[in-house]
Design a protein. Structure first.
Length: 185
């Protein structure tokens, strides 16, 4: 796959070691862990902030769930000492730009950034400029007047995502994307 045609997504962060043989806990940051952490998959690893890592790439050799925690073995990490060194690494997967999640109600960030944001009547609210992840996923929308509004990415507020038409529909209300009337004066 041509690098210019691929997109990289964060799929997890390595947590603490599990056991003595290099098994690691992974804080999953993908809705498709079985797909992204399939045996034989190679992922790019980096330290937050860009510090050096002994493993620029890691190859998955085994996965299993322990309660609600994903445990992963990588070919390059053989013992607990190495596993401690891997703690905190961010894991990235490369996906083709036309790939979509298996669930039709899920979207990759790159699919959403650049979409027009419209209200329920079809009036322009701006453009999606980022997707922010935290306790709640948020769409950042740049309004025509240059403000950045944050909209929780939930069905009640974003009832429609139409990738083919290049738009998201936002159930806007004053103070969400459009300013309060008193703020306009």
């Amino acid at each position: 796959m041509d690098e210019a045609e691929s997109i990289e997504v964060v799929i997890g962060r390595i947590g603490k070691p599990h056991g003595l043989r290099g098994e690691l806990t992974v804080e999953v940051r993908t809705d498709e862990p079985e797909r992204r952490f399939a045996v034989g998959t190679t992922v790019r690893a980096e330290r937050p902030g860009g510090a050096a890592t002994p493993w620029p790439a890691l190859t998955v050799t085994a996965t299993r769930w322990h309660q609600s925690t994903l445990l992963v073995r990588f070919d390059e990490v053989h013992d607990r000492t190495a596993a401690e060194s891997a703690r905190g690494l961010l894991l990235h997967a490369t996906v083709p730009p036309d790939e979509s999640p298996d669930d039709p109600e899920e979207f990759y960030d790159h699919q959403l950034v650049g979409l027009r944001a419209e209200d329920l009547d079809g009036s322009s609210l701006g453009e999606v400029t980022a997707v922010l992840h935290g306790a709640q996923d948020l769409l950042q929308i740049r309004t025509p007047d240059g403000r950045d509004a944050l909209v929780p990415f939930v069905a009640a507020l974003v009832p429609e995502v139409d990738l083919a038409a290049g738009r998201v529909v936002v159930a806007d209300r004053p103070g969400l994307v459009t300013a309060f009337p008193e703020d306009l004066s």
